[in-house]
Design a protein around this ligand. Sequence first.
Ligand code: HPA
Ligand SMILES: [Zn+2]
Length: 338
Amino acid sequence: MPLTEPTSPPLPKAELHLHIEGTLEPGLAFELARRNGVELPFADEDALRAAYSFDGLQSFLDLYYALMAVLRTADDFTELADAYLARARQQGVRHAEIFFDPQAHTARGVPIGTVIEGLSRALDRAPETYGISTRLILCFLRDASAEEALETFDSARPYLDRITAVGLDSAEVGNPPSKFREVFARARNAGLRCVAHAGEEGPPSYVWEALDVLGVDRVDHGVRCLEDDTLVARLAAEQIPLTVCPLSNVTLRVVDRLADHPLPAMLDAGLLVTVNSDDPAYFGGYVDDNFRAIREDLGLGEEQLRTLARNSFRASFLDAAGRDALIAEVDRHPARIS
Ligand code: HPA
Ligand SMILES: [Zn+2]
């Protein structure tokens, strides 16, 4: 084995920025298409993979929503989540806070209850089967209307005991967080936590709005905060977590090359940064693949990688005892020899 290969198992970590629909691998997509009689506009898996070349967020989203047509029954969602959890376990994930996009399914006639029940079946047995605890985060599509988000939240009310937080995703530019002030207030009143994608393609002002208008507990992506020193100081002072997704940022052209990624600058600025996979079936790797890539291309060392793993638990919605127990596992983890 070459000396550059890690010789210990992956660091224990939490994954906090993961769209379950973005874990749909071509193999499962074609299997579900056959099973459900859905015709995909690709001849085979290779033709589908060849379409995984994006010039920004929208070109990815077009394919991401198109491929979801294969997800129809509760069993499909169970299978999707099980496939993710099995891979996540191999990547050292001990806790996962998982996004789902109900409007992308209800718009196709799949009831929200089918989605939540299907996902829950896999998540409920995940501690036993995979040693992974989970939370579910219901995301609103920001390129749909504020009224539709309110209707979606109301349709989720019977299932709120299975939902930990609400989030905001899809096409960012032109759809600022303030558009969703009311639905986030409603979610908070119902006892949910709040997160939002901001500062991926959108400007720093969207991160300010996520904090001050939506009152988010975490910012998803947030990399463009570095364009605003006052914002960086605020995020660092309040230790507001940022769920950064390095391979996603390269694939969606937020940065040109991984070697240009601002993650080291974010750590140096004292930000509470975590590393995540976003849509791993599309972006070339699961979460430990992201850890490995930043180690290789950004030259991050053992202690920085451990900090990122500890941060993932600190930034999670686990209670203090759960967080501390998993942070202690990071501390006890044997060093990688590289
Ligand atoms: O990276 C993303 N950004 C915004 N919306 C998304 N929906 C899935 N992935 C993403
Ligand atoms: Zn995302």
